[in-house]
Design a protein around this ligand. Sequence first.
Ligand code: MTE
Ligand code: MO
Length: 319
Amino acid sequence: MLIKKPADIRPSEITSKDNYLNRRDFIRAGSIAGAATMAGPALGAIVPDARREKIGDIGTSIFSSDEAPNDYEDVVTYNNYYEFGTGKQDPYENAQEFRSRPWSITVDGEAAKTGTYHFEDFIKPFDLEERIYRMRCVEAWSMVIPWVGISLADVIKHLQPTSKARYVAFETLHDPSQMPGQRRRSLAWPYREGLTIAEATNPLAIFAVGIYGEVLPNQNGAPIRLIVPWKYGFKGIKSIVRMSFVEKRPQTSWNMAAPNEYGFFANVNPEVNHPRWSQARERRIGSGLFASKQPTLMFNGYGEQVAHLYDGIDLRRNF
Ligand SMILES: Nc1nc2c(c(=O)[nH]1)N[C@H]1C(S)=C(S)[C@@H](COP(=O)(O)O)O[C@H]1N2
Ligand SMILES: [Mo]
């Protein structure tokens, strides 16, 4: 990466940096205002720049990383969510008014308990846990995020897939009136993702509904998104409206966009480079512009839990 000398920095960039810092201060101020928010509005009320409502009854997980989580500000202002724009701050700026309640999720395909569920009913049968996970984006940056979520394996067991269900497919809401990025063809909409049943029922995979013990902000995929910590971040599909049990491998948005760059599996793998850049190292967001990069770990460090899923599979071909 090119590091600019001060003389090369245009005034426009200085301005935008100032704006950015001001916004961060605004969030901090908002977190104080958040105390008032907690007592007041319903779950997921839209409170720009404020901390969200606390979630009660959260258990801990043996799978949590012991690394220090990123600052809240990093997690809510540096996002990939192309429905709200392709810039890292676009989701933070453009998703505040998004209506993530009321919300429903349709379950269809090869399962006994298909149907359309209210979000609250969908998650009710399951235990909420905090899972502090290392997240690795395909763009070679990473964060450590304390998610609040429910086990995807528990959800799948509850929905009773048939013996024909070999994959689970997921879709994000398609609503160009609310999602300005969907008025452009930066990706094939709706955003789509998929996992094999074995991957989806691995104990590490979760549906996240919160961060830092609080309701999930819109820019992070409210009200419910997938977290698969041994895979690149793009597998973590946000704002899910459909979950389908299917026999054939589903299409996935990034694979459709550039099949030679983004495979179906997308396991974090320092030995298989993206065709345009190395995957050997990563930059931890928030660690400072001059902080050295750290090595990327096979399966993002979760090999003990997931390597067996790929026994006998050539991970160079199945990237
Ligand atoms: N619907 C949808 N889900 C998405 C994306 C997206 O553009 N749209 N981006 C993915 C990518 S590339 C990453 S790295 C993660 C980022 O999640 P975060 O912003 O909560 O850190 O979301 C993933 N889920
Ligand atoms: Mo990503």
